[in-house]
Design a protein around this ligand. Structure first.
Ligand code: ARG
Length: 587
């Protein structure tokens, strides 16, 4: 459809050049104005002339009818001016033939804009903090991030997926103290992150208790309002030891990171995610001083209450903290050093960071600092934010340990699908496989269905439902197409049989795939694909319910319908794949 749209815009702009003066209406402008009428009885494509009225000093009706008179467009069956619109109608059969020919010619590449050839994108996503829960707040960064990686790959980019592990920071001081006090090697080995989180939560609570106690003790005397905790002091000391290379602490730290990583990888495996790099925050420790020095040399650093900052007042942002008063580095410092490293290492054309919208200011700030430092690639940095997730209406409470873990969310979905599958299907192994694909897919689909900035309330029953705009529904549709083709794929071939409305409607939806990919890519918005999947499934299911396919008596029609089914299946499979979902042939 995109090609057709482009061609139409070109023809229209030629007419406009002759009719209204050269260059008055560019083909790009016209391309942006061409739209799909909500009801295809009105047409398959339309140019609303209202917006042109001012520019051309004529009424929309006049514009539409003069364009209608001049246009000669072989691609359409008819072009009609109707109430200020220029409506284009396709010959459904001819169009379907062209679409299916494109799908067959391009195969797995059908829909790819191929705009990334020779370009590199690094995508920083998922990036959990070691020893803190990997919870549903990370669902967004993990699946939006991976989907964006897949979409970029599909567009021909070379993609580097980076898991920027939160593997450094004062929490390790706390964890070391907690482990030395209450920890147990076997328990950590068996319990993994959960056990680390338990220790972390325990020490946080203990610190808080000590602080509260000290507040009470200090009463309203001269130390009023001052809190103190020995455990907090100890934690700072242990972290300091770690930073200065203490062997014992380094060993513990490495172990904590390994244990955590192993567990995250289980979730990644479930989602089919592999990272190209796990270089986390710790990796940049020795790369920060050079950047701090550069900031100093450029006169960008100011001292504020002992801390080193970059003043961003001119850009309407609060100061960006580079060094604390004790000289320790901060989150932005590390991000700057990491970006410089990645540019040197990968020469990226784009560096994408997927995090919750709560971090938007952080990214805006250090992106600005990178610009001020004079790095000419500052404008290749892209922050992709997303909204919050709650489950059945309840928000997350970190630190208290009262959070919903990502693995639990997926496991819950898997076990519910398993129970349903078990009722219908005897084979244990098969049930497990299906439950995994459908359960995981349901969660992903439900999440990626919404515009990423929207705050989402997760309702498992809705996600798992087979009817409605869900993952199971989409996968079921895919399996349906597969089973039709199973015995008849060989005969799938477009013939000159006359097609009806449902068939051409399906072809039309298939033809929209390329422009959906472009829009998902340029808006960093996987939900465009998710919604498209529903559009495609709806068109396919209508066609399926109304038309005989494999058992159609008319052989030519049968072949064409099978060809349509095969194309729908292919595009649906690809679209599912772009949002990190599997497409099982059987459900
Ligand atoms: N570890 C951070 C968190 O969980 C996210 C890191 C995002 N990436 C980055 N380069 N800052 O909040």
């Amino acid at each position: 459809m995109l090609e057709l749209k482009k061609k139409t815009a070109e023809i229209l702009s030629e007419i406009a050049d002759a009719e209204y003066g050269k260059g008055l209406l560019t083909k790009e402008e016209l391309l942006g104005m061409l739209e799909y009428p909500p009801d295809s009885n009105m047409g398959d494509l339309a140019l609303p002339c209202f917006r042109l009225s001012k520019k051309l000093r004529r009424s929309p009706v006049e514009i539409a009818s003069s364009l209608e008179k001049k246009i000669n467009c072989a691609q359409f069956k008819s072009v009609k001016a109707e109430g200020g619109y220029l409506n284009f109608k396709l010959d459904g059969t001819e169009f379907a033939k062209r679409v299916i020919a494109d799908v067959n010619r391009l195969g797995d590449k059908y829909g790819s804009p191929m705009c990334g050839e020779g370009k590199t994108v690094v995508i920083d996503y998922s990036s959990p903090n070691v020893a803190k829960p990997f919870h549903i707040g990370h669902l967004g960064t993990t699946v939006i991030g991976h989907s964006l990686k897949l979409i970029h790959e599909f567009a021909g980019y070379k993609c580097i997926g980076i898991n920027y592990l939160g593997d450094w920071g004062t929490q390790f001081g706390k964890l070391i103290v907690a482990y030395k006090l209450w920890g147990d090697k076997e328990k950590v080995e068996a319990g993994g992150v959960d056990e680390l989180v338990r220790l972390y939560v325990k020490i946080n609570n203990a610190i808080k208790d000590e602080e509260d106690e000290s507040l009470k003790q200090n009463g309203d005397g001269e130390h009023a309002g001052k809190k103190h905790s020995e455990l907090a002091d100890k934690s700072r000391m242990e972290f300091n030891k770690l930073e200065t290379g203490d062997e014992e602490n380094l060993k513990l730290w490495r172990w904590f990171v390994d244990v955590s990583l192993k567990e995250y990888q289980k979730t990644y495996k479930l989602l089919g995610i592999e990272f190209d790099s796990y270089k986390g925050e710790s990796f940049y420790t020795d790369k920060m001083p050079a950047q701090v020095q550069l900031l100093r040399d450029k006169g960008l650093l100011e001292i504020d209450d002992g801390a080193s900052i970059v003043n961003l007042e001119k850009y309407n942002m609060p100061v960006c903290l580079i060094l604390k008063s004790d000289g320790s580095t901060l989150y932005p410092t590390r991000d700057i050093a990491a970006a410089v490293y990645r540019q040197n290492e990968y020469k990226f054309d784009k560096a994408i960071y997927v995090t919750s919208a709560a971090q938007s200011l952080h990214f805006a700030q250090w992106f600005k600092v990178v610009e001020l430092m004079g790095y000419d690639w500052y404008d290749r940095l892209v922050h992709v934010p997303y909204g919050t997730v709650s489950i059945n209406g309840s928000k997350l409470a970190t630190r208290t340990g009262n959070v919903i873990l990502l693995k639990d969310l997926f496991n819950e979905a898997i076990s519910r699908v398993y129970d349903i599958a078990k009722e219908k299907n005897k084979d244990e192994e098969e049930c497990r496989k299906i439950a995994e694909k459908v359960g995981v897919g349901a969660v992903i689909f439900y999440y990626l269905y919404n515009n990423r900035m929207r705050d989402i309330n997760f309702v498992m029953e809705e996600a798992l439902s087979f009817d409605g705009n869900t993952g199971p529904y989409a996968q079921y549709t895919y399996a349906r197409a597969s089973s039709i083709l199973e015995k008849a794929e060989d005969s799938a071939q477009m013939t000159d049989a006359q097609l009806g409305d449902l068939e051409s409607e399906l072809a039309k939806v298939i033809s929209l795939f390329p422009e959906k990919v472009i829009s998902a890519l340029s808006d960093y918005e996987p939900s465009v694909i998710t919604r498209y999947i529903i559009e495609l499934c709806t068109a396919f299911n209508r066609f399926y319910h109304e038309c005989k396919i494999a058992n159609c008596e008319d052989e030519k029609l049968r072949r064409s319908r099978l060809a349509l089914t095969a194309a729908a299946k292919q595009v649906l499979g690809k679209a599912l794949n772009l949002i990190c979902m599997q497409s099982p042939d059987k459900i």
